[in-house]
Design a protein around this ligand. Structure first.
Ligand code: ZN
Length: 555
């Protein structure tokens, strides 16, 4: 017994717990916790003495102590009182780590007595179903039947998918499904829940009782749909506002053989419902709506926006992916169009989204292809034409992003929109994003109207100083000289373009939420070469040759 184990023993002994030496997995103690004046019999299992994860909690007499939790206890009696991986306790202070763990157990059990806890369980009902995971893609919110596919993935493993269309099949695997079984869908308008004293269904009778306790009509429908499944073995999925769970009726082979007519199945599932065991499965949504709104409810998203991204190089390629992840190219009218004339070269790979399989391909087209293979239902296209010859193509978008990092192109796009705004034409907001020096810092600017500083306002004199440069005055960029067929470039690593892309994405999300301010944003990457430039809405420059006073005089 080492020192840590002795200290654990002393601590738990002091709290009235005794060591259970009969287990070989982990270190187990038994005792009781006082919850709302009631004594609950528990086992506490420490997987290790590092406290990297919280100890497990087992309820020893759940039926007597906590009938309301029956449905939430796993086969071994374990009760999930917290996300064990998330709540860290201090491994260096065993007594307080134990005290904290026990208090979390106690307060979780106490909460379980209240309606608030019931609401928590309802909110996460599918995970309390303890079923095997089945991916779920229901395109229609009224479909009554779908297909349960068994898919072989790239690595040879299996995944199950319930879907009412084939739209996601090719995303998940290039191979045909190994099996396809129809599954009946019953829709329940009430949230799924477990009542006190209710256990997770083991038989078809349990299932019908459970469903009947939520909605009698839906339970009746489930029974009749199972009865009418002949000549297939019944599979049922219950879709409710708080998730979808399902069952497979497990027939003894000899019994199934004896069922030769529809009436026989109907009779069988009705009369033998108590003997008919079920296996449970839990739907895990993977439909596009879920994917693109899951993480974006608070931060805004780009669903339904028409976005043009000019430049699919180091910044633009990563930005294209981030835009797609944020809903770009999705929803009604949503579109994500990419422009870049260049082809991918091997030298780009260390910093680009794309890899070796796309070397030699046009960057815009290859990035667009990658997004189409990765994100279902995205509307994206790539063009390797020269955008400078047709800048008016950009006018119809909701948002134009220039990620070329090429001052010539950037100035041309900037001038195009400034001139449109000067004649009162409506034109899309523009986001420019670029890197300073060897990727020492990233900067992004959003211009939405003529009263905003334009890109050229930031550096009114060609080749002159930047008004908001994050580079220290003695900074000198190290440029790798041009080789044949390849322009000069700055040897920064992938951190720089990804940082720049993230800066531009956040600006785009803020614009989509209705406020792009502060419109000039700076992120330092190489701290020793740079100084902080505060994010701001920069003033226009009177000397700006694109939009400033001198420009007006020159008219
Ligand atoms: Zn300007």
């Amino acid at each position: 017994m080492n020192a840590r184990r002795r200290e654990l023993h002393r601590t738990l002994g002091g709290l009235g717990f005794t060591r259970d030496a009969s287990t070989i997995i982990g270190i187990r103690y038994t005792g009781s916790l006082s919850v709302a004046g009631k004594s609950i019999h528990v086992g506490i299992v420490f997987d290790d003495l590092e406290f990297a994860r919280l100890p497990r909690l087992q309820l020893l007499k759940p039926r007597e102590d906590a009938p309301q939790l029956l449905a939430h206890i796993q086969a071994d009696g374990e009760y999930c009182y917290a996300n064990r991986d998330r709540h860290l306790v201090d491994r260096y202070k065993i007594p307080s780590a134990v005290a904290t763990s026990l208090e979390m157990m106690r307060s979780s059990l106490e909460r379980s007595q209240t309606s608030h806890a019931a609401a928590e369980i309802v909110a996460e009902f599918p995970q309390h179903w303890f079923g095997s995971t089945v991916f779920l893609d229901l395109e229609s919110n009224s479909s009554r039947r779908a297909i349960l596919y068994r898919l072989i993935r790239h690595d040879g493993s299996y995944s199950d998918l319930i879907a009412d269309s084939e739209r996601l099949l090719s995303f998940l695997t290039p191979k045909r499904p190994t099996s396809e079984e129809p599954i009946e869908i019953v829709r329940c308008k009430w949230p799924l829940a477990f009542q006190t004293n209710q256990n997770r269904p083991q038989t078809f009778a349990d299932f019908l009782d459970w469903l009947g306790s939520i909605d009698g009509g839906v339970a009746t429908e489930a029974l009749s749909r199972a009865q009418n499944s002949y000549p297939r073995k019944p599979l049922l999925l219950v879709v409710a506002p708080n998730g979808a769970v399902g069952i497979r009726l497990e027939f003894v082979p000899a019994w199934w053989k004896a069922i030769t007519r529809p009436q026989a199945l109907a009779h069988y599932v009705d009369k033998k419902r108590s003997d008919l065991r079920v296996t449970r499965f839990t739907g895990e949504p993977i439909d596009p709506t879920f994917i693109y709104t899951r993480n974006l409810t608070m931060s805004g998203n780009l669903v339904g926006k028409r976005i043009a991204l000019v430049g699919c190089g180091t910044i633009g390629s990563h930005l294209a992916k981030m835009l797609a992840q944020s809903g770009g190219g999705h929803g009604e009218n949503g579109r994500l169009t990419l422009f870049d004339q260049q082809k991918l070269r091997a030298g780009n790979i260390g910093r680009h989204l794309l890899g070796l399989p796309d070397v030699g391909r046009a960057k815009a087209i290859a990035v667009s292809d990658t997004l189409s293979k990765t994100y279902p239902e995205i509307d994206t296209s790539g063009f390797d034409t020269d955008i400078l010859q047709r800048l008016s193509k950009l006018d119809d978008y909701d948002l134009v992003i220039d990620a070329t990092g090429d001052e010539g192109v950037t100035n041309a796009i900037n001038t195009h929109f400034v001139e449109l705004r000067m004649v009162g034409a409506t034109c899309p907001p523009t986001i420019f994003v670029w890197l300073f020096g060897n990727g020492a810092a990233a900067q992004a600017l959003c211009t939405t109207s003529l009263s905003d500083a334009c890109y050229r306002c930031l550096r009114p004199d060609h080749g002159g100083p930047w008004r908001f440069s994050p580079l220290k005055s003695d900074y000198s960029a190290e440029e790798v000289p041009a080789q044949c067929g390849e322009g000069p470039f700055f040897p920064y690593g992938v951190a720089a373009p990804v940082t720049a892309a993230a800066l531009a994405l956040q600006l785009a999300l803020d614009w989509a939420k209705g406020n792009a301010s502060p419109k000039l944003r700076t992120q330092l990457i190489a701290v020793d070469m740079t100084r902080q430039v505060h994010d701001k809405d920069p003033q226009k420059s009177a000397r700006c040759p694109a939009c400033g006073a001198e420009h007006s005089l020159g008219q």
